[in-house]
Ligand binder design. Structure first.
Ligand code: 4NP
Length: 173
């Protein structure tokens, strides 16, 4: 079963339902999730009701395109990575309906109290992670090889499919 997503924030917020993915540099993991999720949201006919975005907790890649390895893996699977430009987290991002941190360090940066209803670890929604087990990180592929990016893409695709199921259950208007 998909863990429930938090309901939309009350008006004037919450419409569209806004989801932000957060990692460290905003050039690998969170932009991969952003691009995959935007495509799945579009495919589900939810593009006018759900807004997807991403940022990093660090400042180094603000304004930059995605890491070329991340972009190549996305392109090989038919996604368009070209629009991405790096952004950095600030407190305004905390007003999203749902913030998904890619790892525990990212979570600690954006939510010192840990997971809340609206700030969750991304892999809370990974179908291979069993309910009640500790939620693993999306491993940072930046300093590693090609396999790390393939692993992240697989993780991101299966998890975003489940997130869209969670959005369907919210019956957004
Ligand atoms: P990301 O990977 O957090 O998945 O975007 C990283 C990208 C850049 C750096 C670290 C992690 N960096 O130190 O520049």
């Amino acid at each position: 079963m998909t863990p429930p997503l938090p309901p939309p924030l009350p008006p004037p917020l919450g419409a569209p339902y806004r989801i932000a993915f957060v990692c460290l540099g905003n050039i690998c993991r969170s932009p991969m999730a952003h691009v995959v999720m935007a495509r799945l949201v579009d495919d589900a006919g939810l593009a006018s009701r759900v807004e997807v975005d991403s940022c990093g907790t660090g400042p180094w890649h603000v304004g930059e395109a995605m890491d070329v390895r991340a972009a190549a893996h996305l392109q090989a699977e038919g996604y368009d990575a070209s629009a991405h430009r790096g952004q950095q987290w600030d407190d305004s991002w905390a007003g999203r309906d749902l913030v998904l941190a890619m790892d525990a360090a990212n979570l600690a940066e954006v939510s010192p109290d840990g997971e809340t209803d609206r700030v969750r670890l991304f892999r809370t929604f990974d179908p291979v992670v069993r309910a009640g087990e500790p939620v693993p990180d999306v491993p940072d592929p930046y300093y590693g090889g090609d396999q790390g990016f393939a692993d992240v893409l697989a993780m991101v695709e299966r998890t975003c499919i489940r997130l869209v199921a969670g959005l369907d259950a919210l019956e957004l208007r």
